[in-house]
Design a protein around this ligand. Structure first.
Ligand code: C2O
Length: 512
């Protein structure tokens, strides 16, 4: 039978998404990367080739549960060794959920330089629509590689930290304009364009929104058009109406809107929220055009919904009601995870969870140690073990107010249930909602606030939980958890040839 899989090649290139030319990293020459599509229940086979001139890579399928396929989660240092330049690795996993997900490099800051693309898994929807539009990414956008920005350590709140760079611009669907007017900067080509979405009056559209920011939160809206929100991450929800939706890095919302206004042109907006972490953006003019068939080719002159304020957090807790009900069982273990800072030997602050910062060793991924029976894990691996007799884990993720920063936490291998989310200190009196609470794979902990999550321990493997702000993840704001370790060697066994050869090739590359 022919190979029906996907081929992704990781490449260095130069592109100008907003008309400002820069070095980027892309899949198959395009930004964002090619669309991966499947039907609910399909097996996906994806061949990833590393064509980078230097550096390893690995691709993570954000939101995909990887039930029984932990080895394909794509996390270098946890589930695999990096794919060495010139080498290939084939990922195989089932599309066991449906909705909108995405894939991105999980090697350091490669995602920020352009290595991501959408995954669409077709399945039932909780509202009717006539036409499905293409997936739409929103992002902040930098005019230099994140790897260059990263080493420019700066001060933040009076402390020496790695860069929390201010973005000069943002993109909607991988494109935007950028003014070159007074600069003689040869990289500023002025060729940027607004994205355009064409609709027909009277029709209903489904739009898959994906947030790929390096930092901060963005609100999406369409002037004059109400949004009906039908899914949060890969979880269908009871539809609700909104003027805008806020997305943290890693989150997705599926929305339906009706082209029910006068034939004309309307702005679609991705509005950067400076209320999050106090960061600013140089140019908060991230817009695309919604053009009705029969309208002029000019730019819209519409105004933003007046209800949209500058604020931070997730969509309202009460709005995110899963359509397929699921209650949460009693905790087998409950752990407090306090978010703080930690001063490292490289003389900058790192983020820490319970005073520990995650350090991983790319040559010795956790799964390899388990497979080789060397499972006394180094402390730096920041591993929490979930023994085989456990079914429900509760984590109280708390910012004690010293740092007072918002973080979108993402859990690998699971959708989690949000038992509580609020400001101030979590106390034993805080009410936990176990009855069909919001469920998703990325959720926000507020600055001086808490996020209480629960997840079912039904997926053996080594998994990460981390902040999805790329700078913060690189500043070690992550932990690993090893779930039902005794069942992991059997999983690795079934793929051991690929697994070992990826590591062997990486070692050869690394040592040369
Ligand atoms: Cu979207 Cu661990 O990442």
């Amino acid at each position: 039978t022919p190979d029906t899989g996907y081929w992704l090649s990781v490449q260095n290139t130069t592109l100008a998404p907003d008309g400002y030319e820069r070095q980027m990293l892309v899949f198959n020459g395009s930004y964002p990367g090619p669309r991966i599509e499947a039907n609910w229940g399909d097996m996906l086979v994806i061949h990833v080739t590393n064509e980078l001139t230097d550096n390893g890579t690995a691709v993570h399928w954000h939101g995909i549960r990887q039930q029984g396929s932990n080895q394909y989660d794509g996390v270098p240092g946890v589930t695999q060794c990096p794919i060495a330049p010139g080498e290939k690795m084939t990922y195989k996993f089932r599309a066991a959920q449906y909705g909108t997900a995405w894939y991105h490099s999980h090697w350091s800051l490669q995602l920020s330089d352009g290595l991501y693309g959408p995954i669409i898994i077709h399945g039932p929807a909780t509202a009717n629509y006539d036409v499905e539009l293409g997936p739409l990414f929103m992002t902040d956008w930098y005019h230099q590689s994140a790897f260059i920005l990263w080493v420019q350590s700066g001060m933040y709140g009076g402390f020496p930290v790695r860069q929390n760079a201010v973005a000069p611009n943002g993109l909607l669907n991988g494109t935007n304009t950028f003014p070159c007017d007074e600069s003689n900067d040869p990289a500023c080509l002025g060729t940027g364009k607004r994205s355009e979405t064409v609709v027909q009056k009277g029709k209903k559209y489904r739009l898959r929104l994906l947030a790929s920011q390096t930092d901060s939160w963005m609100k999406f809206s369409i002037d004059g058009h109400k949004l009906t929100v039908i899914a949060a991450d890969l979880v269908p929800i009871v539809p609700y109406q909104a003027d805008s939706v806020i997305l943290a890095s890693g989150q997705r919302y599926d929305i339906v809107f009706e082209a029910d206004q006068d034939i004309g042109n309307y702005w679609m907006r991705a509005i950067y929220q400076t209320a999050c972490n106090g960061l600013s953006i140089d140019r908060n003019d991230i817009k695309g055009i919604l053009r009705y068939e029969g309208a002029s080719q000019s730019d819209p002159t519409t105004t933003q919904w007046s209800s949209i304020t500058n604020s931070c957090g997730d969509e309202p807790y009460a709005s995110l009601v899963p359509y397929v009900k699921k209650d949460v069982g009693k905790a087998d273990s409950q752990k407090n995870l306090n978010i703080g800072w930690f001063y490292e030997t490289d003389l900058v602050y790192h983020w820490a969870i319970n005073t520990k910062a995650l350090e991983i060793d790319w040559q010795r991924p956790t799964d390899l140690l388990i497979y080789r029976n060397e499972s006394v894990f180094p402390t730096d691996y920041n591993i929490y073990e979930i023994p085989a007799d456990k079914t429900w884990t509760y984590w109280v993720i708390q910012d004690l107010g010293l740092v007072n920063a918002y973080h979108p936490f993402h859990l690998h291998g699971h959708d989690f249930h949000i038992l509580a989310q609020g400001f101030g200190l979590y106390t034993p009196l805080t009410k936990l909602n176990r009855e069909n609470p919001p469920r998703r794979d990325t959720a926000t902990m507020a600055g001086f606030g808490y996020l209480v999550i629960a997840f079912e321990n039904d997926n053996p493997g080594s998994w990460l939980m981390h902040c999805h702000i790329a700078w913060h993840a690189s500043q070690s704001l992550a932990l690993q958890f090893v779930e039902h370790q005794s069942e992991i060697p059997a999983l690795v066994d079934s793929v051991s040839a690929d697994f070992e050869s990826t590591c062997a090739k990486w070692e050869t590359y690394y040592k040369s």
